[in-house]
Design a protein around this ligand. Structure first.
Ligand code: PMV
Length: 344
């Protein structure tokens, strides 16, 4: 299937505001991070395709001839096919996964296999190719969590800072280079269950929950306005507004039932140092973001990272607005990335 080495990277992403509300047609603001995942596709002469995802402890190999036999229909289609439950079951058989397995790791394997079998390889991506990648990534999301809004795949494909509402995407023209701390509480959670929980709460208490979603929508719009203003004429007061928006949204997300004690702890630890945090994504554990204001001394950031690490969390300091999914030549790769790929 593959005749030469292909190097690809995709940005990490966070939702600044609008998670969960976006599933109900509201606005979300999402940004690509300067933390990238690299993928090396390398031809083998042993007739196998190997998948190695060291960060989640996955090493898998399949016989290419068997895959081709099974999935010729996929490969002949130029357009997107939806991962129907039957197709996912078939993939599980091919992947050698047990029938009842639904753990994140297995879903990652299935999503890889599905996309691997379906996407044609190219050396340079046009806008049309990126549109296709975005659509495929959306289908990959469907394998993982059923009913995604589409915001995650959009920001990973296009990069930058995006406003997203019901499939309509607009890029913020000049997003400010905000520094943030991304913290992984390492508390596992299931996006599908959390999204369903919010839906149930909305059905049970429409008069209470619908206004929360409307308020989150307004927070996203206000944040978009302030980020636009910061791109044009940055001023310290704008950070105060961003911090207030973060706090209000975090409270709303707690009221939607997607908070977690670990996320409360993140907010408290950073608040004690004058910084503001909120969960990002589905919540229930997972990751949170903390806004790092300009003028913060590096020792203060280090002390905060230390405090969060001693809670058992992982932290990365990064900036927002990174490029979307990209192809690289081997020579253009950072030596650290090259070494990490060589060590696989
Ligand atoms: O599962 P995550 O952390 O990538 O975030 C999902 C974001 C939600 O708004 C909760 C769901 C969605 O599809 O937009």
């Amino acid at each position: 299937m593959l005749s030469e080495v292909l190097l690809v990277s995709a940005p990490g992403k966070v939702i600044l505001h609008g998670e969960h509300a976006v599933v109900h047609g509201k606005v979300a603001l999402a940004v690509a991070l300067n933390l990238r995942t690299f993928l090396r596709l390398q031809p083998h002469s042993n007739g196998k395709v190997d998948l190695s995802l060291p960060n989640i402890g996955i090493k898998w190999a399949w016989d290419v001839a068997r895959l081709q036999l099974l999935d010729t229909s996929f490969l002949e289609q130029g357009d997107i096919t939806t991962p129907t439950p039957e197709l996912v079951e078939k993939l599980k058989e091919v992947a050698g996964l047990p029938e009842d397995c639904a753990v994140t790791e297995s879903l990652a394997v299935l999503a890889f296999l599905y996309l691997y079998l379906s996407i044609c390889r190219k050396q340079r991506w046009t806008k049309e190719d990126l549109e296709l990648i975005n659509k495929w990534a959306f289908q990959g999301e469907r394998v993982i969590h059923g009913n995604p809004s589409g915001v995650d795949n959009a920001v990973s494909t296009w990069g930058g800072a995006l406003r997203y509402q019901q499939g309509k995407i607009s890029s913020l023209k000049r997003p400010p280079a905000l520094q943030i701390l991304l913290t992984n509480t390492k508390v596992p959670r299931n996006t599908r269950t959390l999204v369903a929980g919010v839906r149930n709460r909305l059905l049970k208490f429409p008069e209470i929950v619908a206004p929360l979603l409307t308020s989150i929508d307004a927070i996203s719009l206000e944040c978009e306005r302030v980020l636009g203003e910061m791109g044009e004429a940055p001023a310290p007061e704008q950070y105060l507004v961003l911090e207030e928006l973060i706090d209000m949204n975090q409270h709303h997300l707690n009221a939607l039932g997607v908070g977690h004690a670990s996320l409360d702890q993140l907010c408290q630890v950073t608040r004690a140092r004058g910084l503001h945090s909120k969960l990002t994504g589905a919540g229930g554990g997972g990751c949170g973001i903390t806004l790092l204001k300009p003028g913060l001394e590096q020792p203060e950031v280090e002390a905060m990272k230390q405090a969060l690490t001693s809670c058992g969390f992982d932290c990365w300091e990064t900036s927002i607005g990174a490029p979307g999914v990209s192809i690289h030549s081997a020579t253009s790769l950072d030596s650290q990335v090259q070494q990490a790929l060589d060590g696989l």
